[in-house]
Design a protein. Structure first.
Length: 315
């Protein structure tokens, strides 16, 4: 059967960066790998950021959201069925940072998915500088992503401290207690070390972590209503100016609870760069791409206020 890995993590946790390293590791180990990239909203930005994996012989497939849970589940099921016919030995699913893991396990036990795939690992990526000022809905999403994981991988640990990561662990455990999660973090493998593709010993343990089905108090959550996205197509702005405006947006409470701003942007000379930001981190780099799109993700977003910084959105 085809091994299926699920890589979870809240918005901006670092899932895409982790998958770049993890997928290459699996491919170099002889696996025929496909990554199914799924994003919250109608446009899949992270798919663009994973393009470099294709040069490693790793196939990329895409699913977009934006029109409800059932439609998304149907598209994911169809995609998995088609991938089962392609000879892959390992399929990695990267869902959006707003994802109820129960949807994944419900799908695994449906016919004919259960005849093609076996669950291998659920890996939760957690930002080592996670902002712990979260709404109840966001705490629930974070908890549910961690609850069934066999391994928890801290991202950006080189920019954090052990005390901060311990406080993040305590925060996750308190969220698990809040929603009456049966098991805590003691049953999971936790990787604190800096990510390195040169020394793969840290991935060896994660690749064998498996998963842990956990029970917890369910919260009715319609992500389409709770979390919103704002899109800017063909977005153009100088990098330094955009960075200043993004910092201002995160600092402006009238913009709403902005979790992440990411995308591919053109400067005034037509050069293309990547922007990927959370409240804790701002990353910008040159990319080889012609499609420019910027996405703002958060809760209770105020489009009019955000437009004062970025202009009128496309969607």
């Amino acid at each position: 059967m085809i091994k299926l890995d699920l890589i979870t993590g809240f918005l901006g946790a670092g899932k895409t960066t982790f998958i770049k390293i993890y997928a290459k590791y699996l491919a170099q180990s002889g696996e025929k790998v496909c990554v199914i990239e799924n994003d919250f909203g109608a446009i899949n930005v992270d798919m663009v950021l994973l393009k470099e994996l294709e040069s490693e012989g790793i196939n990329l497939e895409m699913i977009v959201g934006g029109d409800g849970k059932e439609a998304h589940k149907r598209r994911l099921k169809t995609k998995l069925i088609s991938m089962a016919m392609m000879g892959y030995t390992r399929v990695i699913i990267e869902p959006s940072g707003i994802f109820d893991v129960d949807e994944y396990f419900d799908l695994l036990y449906e016919d004919p998915i259960d005849r093609f795939y076996s669950a291998s690992n659920v890996i939760a990526v957690v930002d080592s500088k996670l902002c712990t000022e979260m709404s109840k809905q966001a705490r629930y999403i974070l908890m549910s992503e961690v609850a069934d994981a066999g391994a928890i991988v801290f991202s950006r640990s080189q920019y954090s401290t052990k005390d901060k990561m311990d406080s993040v662990v305590n925060f996750i455990e308190s969220a698990m207690d809040e929603f009456k999660c049966r098991e805590g973090l003691e049953s999971k493998y936790i990787s604190y070390g800096e990510w390195s593709a040169l020394d793969s010993s840290w991935i060896d343990k994660i690749e064998k972590a498996g998963f842990s089905r956990n029970s917890y108090e369910k919260m009715h959550l319609e992500t389409d209503d709770t979390f919103q996205t704002i899109f800017y197509f063909n977005f153009q702005m100088e990098k330094d100016e955009l960075q200043r405006k993004i910092s201002a947006i995160f600092s402006d409470p009238e913009c709403g609870n902005v979790h992440r701003i990411k995308g591919i942007v053109k400067d005034n000379e037509g050069a293309v760069y990547e922007i990927n930001t959370t409240r804790n981190e701002l990353v910008a780099g040159v990319v080889d791409n012609t499609d420019a799109v910027l996405i703002v993700i958060g809760e209770a977003l105020n489009k009019e206020q955000i437009a004062k910084y970025l202009g009128k959105p496309t969607i």
